[in-house]
Every structure is written in structure tokens, then in C-alpha cells.
Design a binder for this molecule. Structure first.
Ligand code: GTP
Ligand code: MG
Length: 222
């Protein structure tokens, strides 16, 4: 019985996710759902990426956190449109939360919308938001074994970023074992090593995203 109720909730969420995607389509916005553990570097990566997408692609951000406006304040300081969602304890964002945030963003002026999901490797994957792409960020200090312990989120990724690559030697991080774990659940996914501290890989990642955004906007027009 409980399973049926859970399924109904997810179905209702998915319907709103479809509506969100229709709104994004009307305004020509490409939406990236950014998922990772707490502290993996979601906000740092979003900021570094937005800088590199300019001036031709303009971004906006929805920040999801249990509490506080710390991340939204960081984004707003750079003059980037941002809405903070505080879930008050819920460990993921859902489609109705995103729908509620959209009227507070200048969508027609935004090409790429980053949604920073609540830091969590489990719950966010179950809730569609209406995004066009799932970006999963793993970070070196978390350990190489995360894809083996939390396969669902890596299976759902369109791109996996391995952040804090500057710490690989310090943490004796086993890159081959990490990548093997990702490929076990998502054989063809692109894995890009980045560091928001040294800037390693950020240009390569941004070019990858730029291509995806171009393809998305082109597909939307046809
Ligand atoms: N050494 C190193 N530190 C990093 C890197 N990227 C981010 N950090 C640091 O890691 C910490 C967390 O970064 P955030 O970008 O706030 O991470 P987050 O995933 O947004 O965190 P929450 O929103 O709290 O879940 C900060 O102290 C960053 O300066 C990196 O590539 N290398
Ligand atoms: Mg953050």
C-alpha cells in the first residue's frame, strides 16, 4: 500500500516536471540538474562554468539547500539571476518547488539554468525536475568507492565531473577504480576531471556543455 502511495506522489511530480520542461522550451532555456554530495563543489563548479559560458551564453541559478541563503548570496554577488529554495529538511528538490521558483527568474534572458540540488547522493535521482541534463559531481576527498555504494546517481548522469582533482595524490585517490565503478552502471558516460582551485579541466567541461546546449537549442527549434 505504501508503495502505491509513493508511486502516486512520483507520478504527480513527473507531471509538473513535464510542465516545467514546456516552460523551459517556450523560453529557450537549457536546464542542468546538478547533483552531488554536500561540499563536493556544486556551487564552485556552477560559478566557474557560468564565467566561461559568458558572454555568448547567459546563465541563471536555482539554489536548493535545507536552510540558509549562503549559496544564493554568492551567486547574486556576481550579478547572476538566482532563486534560493530552502526545503526545510527535505533532502531533494522536486518539480513543484522548481515551478514555484520560475516566476522569480528572467527566463527569456537566460540560456542555461543551473539547478543546484540539495547535497545528497540518494534522493535527488528519484525526482524529475524538468531538466534537460543531469550533471553529477563527485569529489576526490569523498573516496573512489562512491559509484559502487551509490550507483543510482551515477547511472542517471549525462556527465560525471570528478572535482578537486588537485587533491588526487593527497588522498591517494584510485582514479581507475572510480572510473571502473562509474562505467559499471553507465558505460558510455563522459567523465571529466576538474579542479575549481587550479582550473584544470574547466575549459574542457564548459566546451562539452556548450556543445550540448547548442544541440539542445537546435533540436528545440526543429
Ligand atoms: N581543493 C579544492 N577545494 C575545492 C574545489 N572545489 C571546491 N572546493 C572547496 O570545497 C568547499 C565546498 O565547495 P562548494 O562549491 O561550496 O560545494 P557545494 O557542493 O556547493 O556545497 P553544499 O552546497 O554545501 O553542498 C569549499 O571550501 C570550496 O572552496 C577544488 O577543486 N579543489
Ligand atoms: Mg553549494
Amino acid at each position: 500500500m505504501k508503495i502505491v502511495v509513493a508511486k502516486e506522489i512520483l507520478k504527480a511530480n513527473d507531471q509538473v516536471a513535464v510542465e516545467n520542461q514546456e516552460t523551459f522550451g517556450r523560453d529557450g532555456v537549457c536546464v542542468v540538474n546538478v547533483m552531488a554530495s554536500p561540499g563536493a563543489g556544486k556551487t564552485s563548479t556552477i560559478l566557474a562554468t557560468i564565467e566561461r559560458l559568458l558572454p555568448d551564453l547567459k546563465s541563471g541559478v536555482i539554489e536548493g539547500d535545507i536552510a540558509s541563503t549562503i549559496d544564493a548570496d554568492k551567486i547574486a554577488e556576481r550579478g547572476i539571476p538566482v532563486v534560493q529554495i530552502n526545503t526545510g529538511g527535505t533532502c531533494h528538490l522536486d518539480a513543484p518547488m522548481i515551478k514555484g521558483a520560475l516566476p522569480h527568474l528572467p527566463l527569456p534572458d537566460i540560456d542555461v539554468l543551473f539547478i543546484e540540488n540539495v547535497g545528497n547522493l540518494i534522493c535527488p535521482t528519484s525526482y524529475k525536475l524538468g531538466a534537460h541534463m543531469n550533471l553529477v559531481i563527485a569529489s576526490v576527498p569523498e573516496g573512489w568507492d562512491k559509484p559502487y555504494k551509490y550507483p543510482g546517481i551515477f547511472a542517471a548522469a549525462d556527465v560525471v565531473l570528478l572535482n578537486k582533482a588537485d587533491m588526487i595524490e593527497v588522498f591517494e585517490f584510485d582514479v581507475a577504480a572510480f572510473e571502473r565503478g562509474v562505467r559499471m552502471v553507465n558505460p558510455d558516460v563522459e567523465i571529466i576531471h576538474i579542479s575549481c582551485k587550479t582550473n584544470e579541466g574547466l575549459d574542457a567541461w564548459t566546451e562539452n556543455l556548450r556543445t550540448r546546449v547548442g544541440e539542445h537549442l537546435f533540436a528545440g527549434r526543429s
